[in-house]
Design a protein around this ligand. Structure first.
Ligand code: GUN
Ligand code: ZN
Length: 444
């Protein structure tokens, strides 16, 4: 990492984090809460994490310590599916997925042929992520090579751990947004060579979805995954019933939607499939057998009326599940808002999303889905020091609650249920303060 804090620095607060998957381990083993804890950062990593009474005596007098006794520090949140070029069209009124793509998303993406436009949207998007406590994201750019250049340049300057990819789309979209199997392959290779593994950046081969890529292009995406064994595959899957029907029409010889990706070598442990709502039993099982990951995108699923993700089925098939804002169909970059809608999705399905599980989805679960669990996702010595200081009393509704939380889980739950960017007091990336909520901005 070239962008690191060179000197030691500490934060003292309540700490909440997962070191294992509470869906599969007991919550007591997976979830950790420290009432008075300290994290010490050095050279961009956690140098010490634990109880204040144990850590403080080991620190010299000259180490700056920020003390937030009533706040909660959690790991930096991970948005496992988001489109940075769609930040400017967030909150659009529209019909379902295919209408929204044609009328809202595609026209906005055409503007990213202009590098200056891409630069400015990338900057404000990253600012938006940090304001919301998101320190890592798996990001769609557009079909334009310059859109990826703009994004990685902005992320590198801020020292962030980010993954992005040029969108591959060679049919069923406006001409201004089309590449070809050859140009998509060539540009993807150039971008991988230039950016993958540079600082904290990684690349994802990004065919938009089965409808906008020819079989030739999906095959070339499969060859890219073979040629570069540690890049990710990022695409959409089984989001909307009309989309699924259309995919059947385009690929009549494939068994189902996932079968299209399988036939082109795109299903594996490095694959992240956004939405994955309307999966057959075969598709669930196939994702599990290939150790693929899925991104649960409840804000977008509600906004476009796409459907209710089946978290219990995903758990039963041992899929790695992460959380995605899916901005711009999703209507907020806040993963706290996203957790609230994930909770309500589960309720509507008669399922539960316990607070520790929610924390896992937004942090270590996301890191695991992106193959980054050795680097980020929890507060552990040696990991990169990406974390968030959350204020549990930042919003009027939070302050109006007059029943104290019974335990750490309930304390977290009120943040997930009532919180948004106002709760993000600080976002720290690689040991540096990347966002600090100003006192003036906090309503009295
Ligand atoms: N499927 C194909 N492209 C998109 C997109 O941009 N957003 C969403 N939500 N689904 C898609
Ligand atoms: Zn999407």
């Amino acid at each position: 990492m070239s962008t690191t804090a060179s000197s030691r620095r500490a934060w003292r607060s309540q700490l909440a984090f997962c070191t294992a998957d509470p869906f599969h381990e007991s919550t007591a083993e997976a979830f950790h809460f420290i009432r008075d804890g300290v994290v010490v950062c050095e050279n961009g990593r956690f140098a010490a994490v634990g109880e204040a009474e144990r850590i403080l005596p080991t620190l010299g007098d000259d180490i700056p310590i920020e003390h937030y006794p009533d706040h909660i520090i959690i790991p930096g949140m991970v948005d496992a599916h988001v489109h940075y070029p769609q930040h400017g069209i967030i909150g659009a009124y529209s019909g379902e997925l295919l209408e929204w793509l044609e009328q809202v998303a595609f026209p906005a993406e055409a503007a990213f042929a202009d590098r200056a436009h891409a630069d400015s949207v990338a900057e404000e998007f990253l600012e938006g992520l940090l304001t919301n406590g998101t320190t890592t994201a798996l990001v769609f750019a557009t079909v334009h090579e310059a859109s990826v250049e703009a994004f990685f340049t902005a992320a590198a300057r801020r020292g962030l751990r980010m993954i992005c990819g040029k969108v591959l789309m060679d049919r069923n979209a406006p001409a201004a947004l089309l590449d070809t199997a050859d140009s998509g392959d060539r540009q993807s290779r150039a971008l991988i060579e230039r950016w993958h593994g540079h600082d904290r950046l990684g690349y994802a081969v990004t065919p938009r979805f089965a409808l906008t890529s020819s079989s030739a292009q999906l095959s070339s995406a499969g060859r890219l995954l073979e040629a570069y064994p540690d890049v990710l595959l990022h695409t959409h899957l089984c989001e909307n019933p009309h989309e699924i029907q259309a995919v059947k029409g385009e690929f009549p010889h494939c068994e189902d939607y996932l079968g299209v990706y399988e036939a082109h070598g795109l299903v594996g442990s490095r694959s992240v499939f956004a939405h994955s709502i309307h999966l057959s039993e075969r598709e669930q099982a196939c994702l599990g057998e290939h150790d693929a990951a899925v991104a649960f995108c409840p804000m977008s699923n509600f906004a476009l009326g796409s459907g209710l993700f089946d978290l219990d089925a995903a758990r039963q098939h041992r899929l790695r599940v992460a959380l995605g804002s899916d901005v711009g169909a999703g209507n907020s970059l806040s993963l706290l808002r996203c957790l609230d809608e994930a909770y309500k999705t589960c309720k509507l399905r008669g399922q539960r999303l316990e607070p520790a599980h929610a924390l896992y989805l937004a942090t270590l679960g996301g890191a695991r889905a992106l193959g980054l669990e050795r680097q980020i996702g929890s507060l552990e010595v040696g990991k990169e020091a990406d974390f968030v200081v959350l204020d549990p009393l930042a919003t009027p509704d939070q302050r109006s609650r007059n029943v104290p939380p019974r335990d750490a889980s309930e304390r977290l739950f009120t943040i997930f249920s009532l919180g948004d960017d106002r709760c993000v007091a600080q976002t720290i990336a690689a040991g540096r303060v990347a966002h600090r909520r100003t006192a003036e901005a906090i309503p009295s």
